[in-house]
Design a protein. Structure first.
Length: 290
């Protein structure tokens, strides 16, 4: 539900025309996607936003070659101290930004013909949110109303998640159309429960070798509260990094299946629970049916 294939987190001023090789990116990423396909996974949500290296043409090629259904994103990322927010986002209204996202949904991204399957935005940890970040959330909400696409927001702590829910409610967006991304960074399970009970999705992203214990605890706490049906998990893994030799260190997407799920089974989760976590919940989150 939250992975990356090509993402460029360099400062925009450090990027150079011609320093990204799409064919190399495809060659590097493909074995990792094929390994994921071999686990039985069928769909990957590539959640890279507009101005951080999103490459829909590469995603289309990789979907064709790997046999995976790969969703891509629209939206502007406001986290990371706002350094990836483009100048036009400060000048345009939320309505104008929303129209940008909706146009990609209607017409495709650029000349690629690829249409986004989710809206990705993000905020920084502080509250109240700065005006530009509030604008990005409003824009995402308005675009959701136009397109039906779910809004996933890089958030972290619980306080900004609650504020975003208030902002979205103000423009008529239901809580089940919002994913709280990186909820694992909030250490208070009561906050996880509070957001989930409003009807939102709580995403515990970043499953990795050193975090499995904490992620299992988070999922268990949600299940014990009767909230497994509002829970999502992902690696937040990958990815090819333009400008680095060979695309840099690429982390694959199979640990969720090879180690995390067995740990859940050892903790007493049933096959039905695991199907809900990996199949039922993601489908509901993406379609707004949950």
């Amino acid at each position: 539900m939250h992975e990356h294939i090509v993402t460029d987190l360099r400062a925009p001023a450090d990027r150079r025309r011609g320093d990204y090789d799409r064919e190399e990116a495809v060659r590097v990423a493909l074995p990792h996607l094929q390994a994921l396909r071999n686990t039985g996974c069928r769909t990957l949500v590539e959640i890279t936003s507009i101005h951080i290296g999103r490459d829909p043409e590469a995603l289309r090629t990789l979907a064709e070659r790997s046999g995976l259904n790969i969703l891509c994103a629209t939206g502007i990322y406001g986290a990371a101290k706002q350094r990836f927010i483009p100048g036009y986002a400060y000048q345009q209204t939320a309505e104008e930004l929303a129209e940008r996202y909706a146009r990609e949904f209607r017409e495709g991204i650029g000349d690629s013909g690829v249409k986004p399957g989710i809206i990705k935005t993000g905020v920084n940890p502080q509250t109240p949110l700065p005006e530009i970040e509030r604008k990005l959330i409003i824009a995402a909400g308005l675009a959701h109303k136009e397109t039906g696409l779910t809004v996933a927001s890089h958030t972290g702590p619980g306080a900004p998640a609650l504020e975003q829910l208030e902002i979205l409610a103000g423009v008529g967006v239901a809580p089940n159309s919002f994913i709280w991304v990186h909820a694992q960074n909030e250490k208070d399970h009561a906050m996880h429960r509070r957001v989930a009970r409003q009807g939102s999705w709580v995403g515990f992203d970043g499953v990795g070798p050193n975090s499995i214990g904490w992620h299992v605890e988070c999922v268990r706490a949600m299940a014990e509260a009767g909230l497994l049906s509002r829970t999502l998990v992902s690696h937040d893994a990958g990815w090819y990094r333009p400008g680095e030799p060979g695309g840099g260190a690429y982390r694959g997407y199979t640990l969720l299946f090879s180690e995390f799920i067995p740990r859940l089974r050892d903790s007493g989760f049933s096959e039905r629970d695991i199907e809900r976590l990996l199949v039922v919940n993601p489908a509901a989150a993406l379609t707004g049916s949950g």
